[in-house]
Design a protein around this ligand. Structure first.
Ligand code: PAF
Length: 280
């Protein structure tokens, strides 16, 4: 596997691959790779001739400096895992390489980018669109692999890809969970063993809510009350929304696809965890 740090070298290697008629799969990451990323890389490697994994902790999508500072940085291990999963290129540029000038572009795809995470973390999706649009321009892939763990992010990126006319197929990949049901996330490494066990209740309660036959409001209240009942868990929001537009729904008949998206503070630090569940 090649570890590449500059855009020029990446583009030169990919040009050669394209001249050979090879297809390119792209997995964007911020590093701290875990089994969730591994599943995306393996899938890309099985569906494309060449898989590029970007490892870039993008500062423009962090509206909380502390969150950026404590984000785990594990480049060597990330490269090892990428290679084991079949990546051909790990692209790990510096901040200066990606942002030689401050990026002043603004992206706006309501309601996808202004509800839930968009409301809680102003500027977050703008930063995601800034970096993903740059990375897609450098790599020009046939397929883009994104984890459904960040459900809202996929909805926003779909809009951006359509808006900017990138000719790339978006491949959403299912959440990888620990045996306890806890969604795999780079942030889980920041949890103690006890907090990890506690956090497993988030998905358990959401799963229980599938079986109750409640209406939308009752389902919402059930999930929030039952998660908040655990000492050390605090729901920031739980929104039951149209699975495509992310607009709130009031009834199960309001959309063809409906998901519940949740953010929970866990433990004493606390660590902010996100997850979702599909209702239909
Ligand atoms: O999902 C992530 O890890 C990031 O938001 C992404 C897509 C790599 C952009 O920095």
């Amino acid at each position: 596997m090649l570890v590449i740090h500059t855009i020029a070298e990446l583009q030169s290697v990919l040009q050669t691959e394209r001249q050979k008629g090879h297809t390119i799969g792209f997995v964007p990451t911020m590093g701290a790779l875990h089994e969730g990323h591994a599943s995306l890389i393996r899938r890309s490697a099985s569906e494309n001739d060449v898989t590029v994994v970007s490892i870039f902790l993008n500062p423009t999508q962090f509206n909380d400096k502390k969150d950026l500072e404590r984000y785990p940085r594990t480049l060597e291990a990330d490269c090892r895992l990428s290679e084991q999963c079949g990546a051909y290129i790990a692209f790990a540029p510096s901040v200066q390489e990606v942002y030689p000038e401050p990026d002043t572009r603004t992206f706006s795809y309501p309601p996808t980018d202004c509800v839930m995470e968009g409301a809680m973390r102003p500027g977050h999706f703008n930063g995601v669109c800034q970096v993903v649009s740059k990375l897609l321009t450098y790599t020009n892939p046939d397929r883009l692999y994104l984890g459904e763990k960040d459900y809202q992010q996929i909805a926003v990126i779909k809009r951006m890809v359509a808006d900017l006319g990138f000719k790339v197929q978006i491949v959403p990949c299912p959440v990888i969970r620990e045996e306890s049901g806890l969604a795999r996330s780079s942030r889980n490494t920041l949890l103690t063993a006890d907090e990890r066990a506690l956090a497993a209740n988030i998905y358990r309660v959401m799963k229980d809510s599938l079986t109750l036959g409640y209406d939308v409001q009752q389902t919402h209240d059930y999930v929030v009350e039952h998660i908040n009942a655990f000492d050390g868990l605090e729901v920031q929001y739980f929104s039951i929304v149209d699975g495509d537009t992310l607009a709130d729904v009031a009834s199960w008949d309001d959309a063809d696809s409906i998901v519940g998206c949740i953010t929970v503070f866990c433990g004493s630090k606390p660590i902010r965890l996100i997850d979702h569940i599909r209702y239909k």
